[in-house]
Design a protein around this ligand. Sequence first.
Ligand SMILES: NC(=O)c1ccc[n+]([C@@H]2O[C@H](COP(=O)([O-])OP(=O)(O)OC[C@H]3O[C@@H](n4cnc5c(N)ncnc54)[C@H](O)[C@@H]3O)[C@@H](O)[C@H]2O)c1
Length: 321
Amino acid sequence: MHNPGNRRPVVLVTGAAGFIGSHVNEALLRAGCAVVGVDNFRTGRRENLRSALEAPDFTLREADVAEPGVLAAIAAEVRPAAIVHLAALVSVQESVADPDLNFRLNVQATHLVAEAARASGVARIVFASSAAVYGEGAGEPLRESDLRTPPISPYGAAKLASESLLLGHGASYGITIRCHRFFNVYGPRQDPRSPYSGVISLFAREFSAGRPVTIYGDGEQTRDFVSVHDVARAVVLAATRPGLASGAANICTGRPISVNRLAAIFGSLVPGASAPRREPARPGDIRHSVGDPSRAAADLGFGAEWAVEKGLGELAGTRAA
Ligand SMILES: NC(=O)c1ccc[n+]([C@@H]2O[C@H](COP(=O)([O-])OP(=O)(O)OC[C@H]3O[C@@H](n4cnc5c(N)ncnc54)[C@H](O)[C@@H]3O)[C@@H](O)[C@H]2O)c1
């Protein structure tokens, strides 16, 4: 990959073996980039990399990006045009249970990414931020400037702190920083075995096993569900499009979908599906969360293309196969 005749831009992807990372690798390869994926398999899986590892322009480095010097050494060797930083402790609940670990994996690691970029002259960083940066009642729909109320978890706080760290580095050292606030991402390879998995991967597993899904509360709580295919496309745009300025943007659809609606769509896709079970509402469950997608449209030319009906159809088909 690193011979001088290969003129493909190299993109370094942290968290490459994860759910989102595995789709990002493939989208970058399709866009003509060479990809160096970094992962320590904390939550990622080798099988997620099956397709990428078949590509001659993909290489894997098994490494911990929260360990000082590790990513800097890789960046110094491969000289990437951009770093896509997805590696993280991804569970809000785990960040509450272990805020020290959250700090190490979600704040220190980001600082080390910024420093690796500075030392190796990397021109651009794309960072996986989250809708968790927004506090309760921040806005409906949520706009990027709706930050008057603070994040309600160590995870959300770490994502917001990471955005600031990166933007400060970018302004000081001439690195373009794109912070993508992903909303509720879903799609193939999302791991339903995690107790913190998104509702769509849990529903897909239960429906395909012929078991009833559980709906907490009245089921009218809404989220902005965005397909991982759209998310990967937004990352590729941010990593490769010339002339982008630094900034944060929601990566979302702008369309609220209720949990009842998800269950109804799955029910129509899976013949003979059982009726949902109802349980009392869970404390702390946010009622509504939907993003305003207009900044990503203006900055990146990005708009979500996957309607949730299509995305759930893909999952129902994937599981039936
Ligand atoms: N899935 C969502 O709905 C969602 C929403 C908002 C933001 N995000 C963010 O997107 C990113 C990817 O999330 P995901 O859903 O693909 O989760 P994931 O757990 O599937 O992926 C995270 C990857 O990072 C790797 N990793 C963790 N710590 C590492 C370390 N110190 N060194 C090297 N590798 C490490 C894990 O092994 C895993 O492969 C994360 O930053 C997450 O916070 C995800």
